[in-house]
Design a binder for this molecule. Structure first.
Ligand code: KIV
Ligand code: ZN
Length: 386
């Protein structure tokens, strides 16, 4: 069983979500919660991008322990110097350098040849190596790059000192079978690959970031880059909570281990949502308001009899107190009875039957039936019976 390393980029790629800015203290609070969850690496920011980001990376590096702290840099000396200055006091600092490798990026953005990109990448890694051995190299837009060039580039940067090779699906273009094969091919075509760890960084433009990341792990990647609630550029990154819970829940399938404390997930998700202002859709996997809620009568009945009939995860595993039986138009007698028992309301059979039809009438008109609605309905009925 090999261990999967969780590299969290909420504070860097996550902060690149349109409209999001985190002040250094907010980054520190999130980083502390990430460390509590025991992620392996926190990418705290891109120090050359702004003085505030430099401060934030420095604050995180100097105040969070038990985790590696990474800072991002382009393949430029000024970027690398700034990144190192920000991150150097961390317990275990990492420099993360990147350059694009795809024909589209080379032609239109960088206006460089492949040979020039290779030369810049090697020079950057050699330069970073004067500060630390802990160097990660990313080939931006790897999934749209020529595979032979990618392998040549990775081999060269490993020879120059890179310890982690990151293969991003920068624009979320890959599909799982293809992305898994890309990892396998890179392994086969890069002679020095055994000297480095393989990482993946998947974006969610087609909603496939988590599926692509898992396919990569099945094909030899050992580090996965994620963000809390899946935030990040455009449609975001692979969601930390989905990757961690997929690996945790399907231990029967994956030959992989994780060392994270899953019970920190709910708190972490709430903290990131409130700090960034990006709220969660109700049906968001793992952390959405409905992720552990049941409304249909058949489901509620099943869950009351045995939770695992309709739940593959226990809400407690992610740090919630319990699941939710939501009372609505699809709910059945069992759930209503369960609710009444919980609040110690005793109704005889006839009163319960009449109460149940009143409840259904209300539920047909109102989307969310609250505890207060039920109590009002009960009071109403008890008053009529007096
Ligand atoms: O999406 C991407 O390619 C990135 C790199 C900087 C790793 O965020
Ligand atoms: Zn990215």
């Amino acid at each position: 069983m090999s261990e999967v390393k969780i590299f969290d980029t909420t504070l860097r790629d996550g902060e690149q979500s349109p409209g999001v800015t985190l002040i250094p203290e907010e980054k520190l609070a999130i980083a502390r919660q990430l460390a509590k969850m025991k992620v392996n690496v926190i990418e705290a920011g891109f120090p050359i991008s702004s003085p505030g980001d430099f401060e934030a990376v420095k604050l995180v590096a100097e105040n969070v322990s038990g985790v590696e702290v990474a800072a991002l840099a382009r393949c430029r000396k000024a970027d690398i110097d700034r990144a190192w200055e920000a991150v150097k006091n961390a317990e275990n600092p990492r420099l993360h350098v990147f350059i694009a490798s795809s024909p589209i990026h080379l032609k239109y953005k960088l206006k460089l040849t492949q040979a020039e990109v290779l030369e810049k990448a090697v020079a950057a890694v050699e330069y970073a190596a004067k500060y630390t051995e802990n160097i990660e190299f990313s080939a931006e837009d790897a999934s749209r790059s020529e595979i032979d060039f990618l392998a040549e580039l990775f081999n060269a940067v490993i020879a120059a000192g890179a310890k982690v090779i990151n293969i991003p699906d920068t624009v979320g273009y890959a599909v799982p079978g293809e992305f898994g094969s890309l990892i396998k091919e890179i392994k086969a075509k890069t002679p020095l690959i055994e000297q480095a760890e393989i990482s993946v960084h998947c974006h969610n433009d087609l909603g496939l970031a988590v599926a692509n990341s898992l396919a990569a792990l099945e094909n030899g990647a050992t580090q996965v880059e994620v963000s809390v609630n899946g935030i990040g550029e455009r449609a975001g990154n692979a969601a930390l909570e989905e990757i961690v819970m997929a690996l945790y829940t399907r231990q029967d399938y994956y030959d992989l281990t994780i060392t994270q404390d899953t019970t920190q997930i709910a708190r972490l998700s709430k903290l990131v949502a409130s700090s960034t202002g990006i709220s969660l859709q109700a049906n968001k996997a793992i952390v959405g308001a409905n992720a552990f809620a049941h409304e249909a009568g058949i489901h509620q009945d099943g869950v009351i009899k045995e939770r695992t009939t309709y739940e593959i995860m226990d809400a407690k595993t992610i740090g919630l107190d319990h699941n939710k039986l939501v009372l609505g138009k699809h709910s059945g007698r069992h759930a209503l009875k369960d609710f009444l028992d919980k609040y110690d309301y005793q109704l005889d059979e006839a009163s319960f039957a009449s109460f149940f039809s009143r409840f259904k009438e209300l539920a047909d008109k109102k989307k969310n039936i609250s505890q207060a609605d039920i109590i009002a309905l009960l009071d109403d009925q008890l008053y009529e019976y007096q």
